[in-house]
Design a protein around this ligand. Sequence first.
Ligand SMILES: Nc1ncnc2c1ncn2[C@@H]1O[C@H](COP(=O)(O)OP(=O)(O)OP(=O)(O)O)[C@@H](O)[C@H]1O
Ligand SMILES: [Mg+2]
Length: 360
Amino acid sequence: MAFLRELRIKNFRNLCSVDLKFSSKVNVIEGQNGSGKTSLLDAIHLLATGKPFSGGAPADFVTRGATETVVNGEVDCDGVAVRLGVEKSRLGTVCRANGASVRSASSLMAYLPVISLDAQLYQLVSNSPAYRRSLIDRTLFHVEPDYLDLFKKFHRSMQHRNEAIRQGSSGSALEFWDEEFCSLALAVDQRRQAGVAALNSLLSLMEPWAGAGAGTLRLDYRSGWRAGLSLREALTEGAEREKQWNMTLVGPQRAELRVTVDGIAAKQRVSRGQAKRIACLLVAAQLAYLEQTSQVEPVLLIDDLSAELDQQAQRVVLETLVNGRRQTFVTAIDYEVLAKGKYLDNAQRFHVEHGTFLAQ
Ligand SMILES: Nc1ncnc2c1ncn2[C@@H]1O[C@H](COP(=O)(O)OP(=O)(O)OP(=O)(O)O)[C@@H](O)[C@H]1O
Ligand SMILES: [Mg+2]
């Protein structure tokens, strides 16, 4: 199990200079609007993945007037200390583990797996298909160490195929890329289908929890090409359209992960609070899946839970997601009104004002 022991931040949003030590269990960050709570969680996400969960370019998150963001942390990985570091500026990104630069930011994930419940996740039901697809991919990155490699190869093959289409290739030239694209696409599709099936069976066990008042929650994965056709047939069917658009129009890059309630798209069925509960429930299924398959115990970043959730819903979410083992960060405007549940009572508390932290 990994947890973040120490964190130093320079120039990330309003956090100009922060140096903190955390509990390996629950940490609560409290402060007024605009004080820097989300920024702290986002800096942890940046350290763990190379990217902030809020997205954006360095111009958005490097503190106004500064030229780069630097986040360093010490992680305890099963008792072994690992130093991680990320520097970001408009010139690029440098990621380090124990002082040595790591080739891709995603290698950081192996040291500090994180799952964040943030504004993007809370809008999961109404968010873009790309975001929902990424949810299943991110789950698989944690569960199956070789999935990231497969996923990158698939993307490269699609880019090569797109290039071949742009250059007007046909016949054997395109056939070569078709072959490669189809075999990698089908491998990605099969992994995703298995992942979704596992999440669905876990969701069925969590039914009483769902309570969201909504109904039976399920994920419905559509592969990204017309049902009843093989991917090959779908490529052939779409060949003319591909020439017009100069890109590959069918495949896992077009897959959709629909969230349904009683078989109907959740988007049309649920209130904002219910949508937020559904997103939290999916994270609960994701965590159970990780625990079942790989014993990965990710660090949880829970931002702004109380907005739109009633006290009862907050309690259910926190009691389900926060256990006595995994390190968790929870933000709150007011700790006293947070529906705590048993694990939050003994949390390590931090108060933040205008980007400055005080341990309580
Ligand atoms: N690039 C930047 N440079 C300096 N300050 C920034 C930058 N980007 C954002 N900020 C400021 O950082 C502050 C902290 O934002 P943050 O989202 O962390 O607040 P918060 O404590 O989560 O507030 P809320 O309770 O509203 O969610 C905001 O006042 C915002 O204006
Ligand atoms: Mg916030």
